[in-house]
Design a protein around this ligand. Sequence first.
Ligand code: SF4
Ligand code: SF4
Length: 462
Amino acid sequence: MQTTFTLAQLADPDTARSEKILRKCVHCGFCTATCPTFVTLGDERDSPRGRIYMIQAMLQGGEAPTATTVRHVDRCLSCLSCMTTCPSGVNYMHLVDHARTHIEKVYARPLGDRLMRRMLGVLMPNPGLFRWAMMLGRLAKPLAKLLPSTSRDAGGATFLRRAHAMLEAVPDRLAPPSPVDRPRTFEATTPRRKRVALMNGCGQQVLAPEVNEATIRLLTRHGVEVVIAEGAGCCGSAVLHIGDTGKALDLARANVAAWLREADGKGLDAIVVNASGCGTTLKDYGHMLADDPEWAERASRVAALAKDVSEVLRDLDIVPVGQPLRADGATPVLAYHAACSMQHGQKLVDPPRALLRGGGFTVRDVPEGHLCCGWAGTYQVLQPELSRRLRDRKVANIERLKPDLIAAGNFGCIGNIAAATGVPMAHTVELLDWVTGGPLPAALEGRGFDLVPLAARAVAAE
Ligand code: SF4
Ligand code: SF4
């Protein structure tokens, strides 16, 4: 793609990087076929190629973008399906992150939009505030039906429609804070092989505390000492995706400082992430802080240590103690939902599937598995109609497999999909924890699942 940035514009490192990305795009359009918003809306401006054109015009023009450009950039899920498809290696992730930062700097959003974004930016990274908001949301949930839920313009959401989506997303049940989410060290319960920090996240602590609990049981049972580092918290992705880059960088710096204190103290083999959306961001810390001389090298060290939990488990020889069975004695059929951040962001395709197969499940891939489920962090609230359409499409594809259960490696996808299907859904680590000696995941309780000790099965088979 030809560009005409001025030398003065290219003196800005973000613009210089974006220009390099733009020049790689050859307009082939392969990415349009795998983009969830283009597949749903059929508008070139809602495709990666269309957005790339608009982002170029916006950055090159040097003026505030039009409302149309902002609308189409806002509709991007940051699912990164386009990056998996692109044959030219266009780094759309860095381009759209820069575009969002630019929009937040120079574009005056309508008041309702600003308020909603400000509220999400304050609540999402802070588990304490987020918990309070969820408790208030439960009280206010009956009011959701009084608020409008749809608009004629898909993706054109107003404050009230977004408030409706937010209340709908509030879970009916909220678990109390988990004791595992305080800074401390969990010693390995078998001979120690590794020492890792667990990134315990922000929203996950409130919405799915069972995931960190299962991760710690599973890792310590397999010889891994796990530390929850003092001072570490939200990865920054929630605010990064709404263009608040300054806050995202502050959160990244706090995490880098906290984890390197551990790495330089007692040593760390990895920083384990069990929410793949956060993992994608952590692995990008080197890029995010590249222009900060004080933090760039340290951020790159943290990015190199960041691993999805499935990458760490792959090297640990997970040995099930039993065979999972459904009520009729057959092996459960498991639909594996590959979160976008797992398959497109981190390019982790085989490890979670192989681990689940090794755990005794019959693993099936979901048709149209490259398409996002519509959660995408704050997207569920900011673009409720598009989000809902993508979720319904995902659930229909999953149910086509007639699975006994669903697994994924990202708590947001789990909450989003589970709310729209009767098929029980759990995190990959909860299932692996169960088959290696942990409790049955709560979502599977009362569904007729059983774990038959492998020794008993062998005797029965003789
Ligand atoms: S990140 Fe996803 S939604 Fe955005 S342009 Fe790429 S494929 Fe489309
Ligand atoms: S596939 Fe890559 S090169 Fe082709 S239009 Fe999309 S981003 Fe550009």
